[in-house]
Write a protein that binds this ligand. Structure first.
Ligand SMILES: Nc1ncnc2c1ncn2[C@@H]1O[C@H](COP(=O)(O)OP(=O)(O)O)[C@@H](O)[C@H]1O
Ligand SMILES: [Mg+2]
Length: 410
């Protein structure tokens, strides 16, 4: 720890204001009196962490955006290394949320520029991977609260060698997208969009979207536009989220033009018409992939029919049935893994697939063992999903903890 009053690179240390995995942050003063922040790499840290620290500084120096915390300079002293930044005097968003939730209007005006900054980082090939309230810093500009993205310590940079080793999970579980929880190496910018959804949700409700369906219902009542945007940002499947952070920003920007006002009104009417629980951000089930559905509908009854007719070689019949059932199995497993509790609408294609499969076999060969096979295989996915709803299986178990997991083997 640097003691108050100590001088580092001509800066006077005034107070310890924050800490993270391997650095401490101090408020420091320049000889002229200007106050800045110094993030100081804790002495004795592992050399790999120091490489990361330097990389983080370089990255934040390149990513120039008014809502990304800039690194003014890398301070290299005999007794340590630090990065000098402007001071964000209002502290982190985590400090702010501790006091009270943000009113929707404040949240909108804070997050639109933050999402703009995120879009900028993404356009430079940078995925942050650790977005959370502690890594968003605040200050007041002309009386209004303004935020900036900080801590690019574990960011992934397109084209750069990866630093995360196999099996390492870095980031903070509570804010991680489902895909990042599964495999932190296999993600793209849409993982950050999910994390920003969790952060925004927390700012508005002080709850985690996985833990509090009631909070979402309340939000829906309060600001349907924000609730709808969050529903999209928090989809478990990346392809169903906003495609870009800019689109997310657009969706939450103040409802000032007429079409947006009408849309907001429509959402409010919907919210009134449906009990709030029906509007939970229950991550909609993945739609059944149409190609697989087509194959299910063709392969299984075809195999069943040939088997019943006894007119084709056994090997061909078996291959058709096997291929059909393998497809069904894989698809059902994927849906199980990715999707939340399915909605009735998501079930329709599955039901249709099952019905068509059975109808084809019935029509072709009404009374034979093929019927049994088709019944079982043609309706298997439907049965699985119905079971899942009945059992109320959740998308994933609640995050084990909110703490940062920064597992780096020394
Ligand atoms: N420029 C700054 N101005 C004010 N507070 C800061 C600044 N940089 C960091 N902090 C505080 O220090 C904490 C840790 O900083 P951060 O960069 O996130 O470090 P780490 O990589 O160790 O998590 C932040 O959550 C915030 O509270
Ligand atoms: Mg941090």
């Amino acid at each position: 720890m640097l003691d108050n009053g100590k001088h580092v690179a001509g800066l006077e240390v005034c107070a310890h204001i924050g800490e993270g995995g391997f650095a401490d942050v101090y408020r420091v003063r320049r000889p002229g009196g200007e106050e800045l922040a110094l993030k100081w790499f804790r002495p004795g840290g592992h050399p790999e962490l120091l490489v990361r620290f330097r990389r983080e500084a370089a990255l934040q120096q390149t990513l120039q955006h008014p809502h990304i915390v800039p690194v003014l300079k890398l301070v290299e002293e005999d007794d340590g290394v630090g990065m000098l930044m402007p001071l964000y005097a209002e502290g982190s968003l985590a400090d702010r949320i501790e006091q009270a939730p943000l009113p929707p209007g404040v949240a909108r005006s804070l997050f639109v520029p933050l999402l703009g900054a995120l879009h900028h980082a993404h356009s430079q090939g940078v995925v942050h991977r650790d977005l959370k309230p502690d890594n968003i810093l605040l200050r007041r500009a002309a009386g209004t609260l303004s935020g900036a993205l900080a801590d690019f310590g574990i960011a992934q940079v397109r084209g750069a060698p990866r630093m995360t080793q196999d099996g390492q999970r870095m980031g903070t579980v509570a804010y991680m997208s489902p895909e990042q929880q599964r495999n932190p190496r296999d993600i793209d910018h849409r993982s950050d969009i999910y994390a920003m959804g969790v952060v925004l949700f927390e700012c508005l409700t002080r709850a985690h979207p996985d833990d509090s369906p009631e909070a979402f219902a309340e939000l829906w009542e309060q600001d349907a536009g924000l609730a709808e945007a969050l529903r999209t940002a928090l989809q478990p499947m990346p392809s169903m989220r906003f495609a870009t952070a800019a689109a997310f920003a657009q969706a939450i920007s103040a409802p000032n033009d007429l079409s947006q006002r009408i849309r907001d009104l429509e959402l409010r009417i919907q919210a009134l018409a449906h009990p709030p629980a029906a509007q939970l951000p229950s991550p909609a089930a993945a739609p059944f992939p149409p190609t697989l559905l087509a194959l299910e509908v063709v392969l299984v009854p075809l195999g069943g029919t040939l088997m019943a007719a006894g007119s084709a070689p056994l090997a061909l019949t078996a291959a058709l049935l096997l291929a059909g059932s393998a497809l069904i199995g894989v698809t059902a497993w994927k849906m199980w893994r990715d999707a939340g509790p399915a909605t009735a609408r998501d079930l329709l294609p599955l039901l249709a697939g099952g019905v068509v499969a059975v109808a084809v076999v019935l029509g072709a060969w009404p009374d034979d063992g093929a019927l049994g096979a088709a019944l079982v295989w043609g309706t298997l996915p439907t049965t699985l999903i119905v079971l899942r709803i009945a059992l109320g299986t959740q998308r994933r178990s609640p995050p084990p903890s909110r703490k940062t997991t920064l597992d780096i083997e020394p």
